[in-house]
Every structure is written in structure tokens, then in C-alpha cells.
Ligand binder design. Structure first.
Ligand code: ZN
Length: 256
């Protein structure tokens, strides 16, 4: 079974279209969207609609969740926004003005945590979907490994591709090199992050796509991350024209 994994599209239509072109070539059995389809980028309605059509399974990210709450609780807007740092906060305010009812209703129908075919699907932290805790390090992974249901959790949120594996000997962290297949035993426990489609933060500005091939007869899976160049100039120009913070355009070029 072949599964395509996308995460953190963040309103970046050009990156999403590039990744979808590759997904069409791969012809996966399922496509999973790990959340944050909106926020930061200039095309939140388009990315939400496309992801809802393409993904067989989706979960909400913290930006998606914030938009639903802000939309439904106008009186609590200040309180909700105060939890974000200044730049994300400005981006979320911009996104709230840009989204339409259809986008909000698509997001409102999306769950926070899904268990499917022995996989644990959540945006940030397995078992604690509303904590939005980042898993960057082995120590952070160690906190959540005991709560992973099934043989692997699929997460996003950090915008950094990663493999965390707990074997009988201990917990290891692998930074997957692009286009290299990593063999995972289904007898171990893994936390897999495909990286970010629309705002990569690992120093590589190319859009990131995860590919998971499950080989049940061998009790093994192959996980790989592919990086795809997309026309950053177009997205950056849209960000500037929209009046979103300039930093959101410049960071796309450096992938941070
Ligand atoms: Zn994100």
C-alpha cells in the first residue's frame, strides 16, 4: 500500500500544485493531509478546497483550528490570538479576513486525531492533539512515543522532515535525506514527519512530500521524503500584494 503524506500547506497554492502533480504520478492508494492547510500563505480558500478533494484523510492543524475558533467566537478573538507570536498572529488575522464560509465549514468537519490501518494521524502531538507540542528532538519524541497507537504516528507541525524510531535498544532520530528510502520495522514504534509543503523550515526551500510504502507481508514499510522545486517568486509576490508580513515571503527562499 502506497500512501502520500502532505502537511503544512499553509495557503501556498504553487507549492501544493507542484506536490499534487508528483502525487498524480505516484498514484498512491491514499493521500493523507496532516493539517495546517491555512495560515501564512495567500491562498487559504484554494488550498483548503483542493486538499479536501485530494486527501482521503485529513486532520486539523493549529492554524486551521484557530480559524474555526476565531470565526465562531468573535468575543474571544483577543484571547485566542494572544497565544500566537506576532507574525503568525498577523497572518492568522489576515487569514480570518480572507477565508469564506465554505473554507470554514470544510475545516469544521475535519477531525483532530484519526486512527486508520494501524496508523496514528495527528498534526502535532500523538495522544494530545490540542497541545500542539513540537517534536523536534529525541527527548520530545520520548514523551509521546508511549501514546502512539499502532506502529507509527504521522505528524507535521515542525515543518521539518524526521523519523523517530523506538526499538528495543532505544530511541533514535534520523533526518531523512531527500529521495532516500528508509526501512521501518512494523515491530518498532515510529513518529514520521514528511516536512512542510508550503513553508519548509529545514533550510531546504523546496516543497516537501512524504511517501510511505507499507509491506504488510514483511512487517516492514519504506518511508521517503521527496523535495520539489516550485515557483517561489509567484507565492512571494502574492504574499507582498496581500499585505501579509514581508518575512513570510523572504523565509520561503531560505526554507526557515
Ligand atoms: Zn504549520
Amino acid at each position: 500500500m502506497l500512501i502520500a503524506l502532505i502537511s503544512d500547506v499553509h495557503g501556498n497554492l504553487e507549492a501544493l500544485e507542484t506536490v499534487l502533480k508528483r502525487i498524480r504520478e505516484l498514484k498512491p492508494d491514499a493521500t493523507i493531509c496532516l493539517g495546517d492547510v491555512v495560515g501564512y500563505g495567500p491562498d487559504p480558500n484554494e488550498t483548503t478546497r483542493i486538499c479536501s478533494q485530494v486527501a482521503d484523510i485529513s486532520v486539523l492543524g493549529n492554524h486551521d483550528y484557530a480559524i474555526i475558533r476565531l470565526w465562531n467566537n468573535p468575543k474571544e478573538r483577543r484571547k485566542i490570538l494572544d497565544r500566537f507570536n506576532p507574525i503568525p498572529r498577523r497572518a492568522i488575522q489576515w487569514t480570518l479576513n480572507a477565508v469564506d464560509e465554505e473554507t470554514v465549514s470544510i475545516l469544521a468537519r475535519t477531525g483532530l486525531e484519526i486512527f486508520w490501518k494501524d496508523l496514528h494521524i495527528v498534526h502535532a502531538s500523538p495522544g494530545f492533539p490540542l497541545d500542539w507540542t513540537y517534536i523536534f528532538t529525541v527527548d520530545e519524541a520520548r514523551m509521546f512515543i508511549p501514546y502512539v497507537k499502532g506502529w507509527a504516528a504521522l505528524v507535521g507541525h515542525t515543518h521539518v522532515p524526521a523519523i523517530f524510531t523506538r526499538t528495543i535498544r532505544g530511541l533514535i532520530h534520523v533526518k531523512p535525506r531527500p529521495s532516500e528510502d528508509y526501512t521501518l520495522s512494523m515491530d518498532d514504534i515510529h513518529i514520521l514527519n514528511p516536512g512542510g509543503v508550503g513553508q519548509p523550515r529545514d533550510g531546504d526551500p523546496r516543497a516537501s512530500l512524504g511517501v510511505l510504502k507499507i509491506l504488510p507481508s514483511k512487517r516492514e514499510a519504506l518511508f521517503r521524503v521527496e523535495r520539489l522545486e516550485y515557483p517561489i517568486d509567484i507565492t512571494a509576490e502574492k504574499i507582498r500584494k496581500a499585505g501579509l508580513p514581508e518575512e513570510l515571503a523572504t523565509r520561503l527562499y531560505i526554507g526557515r
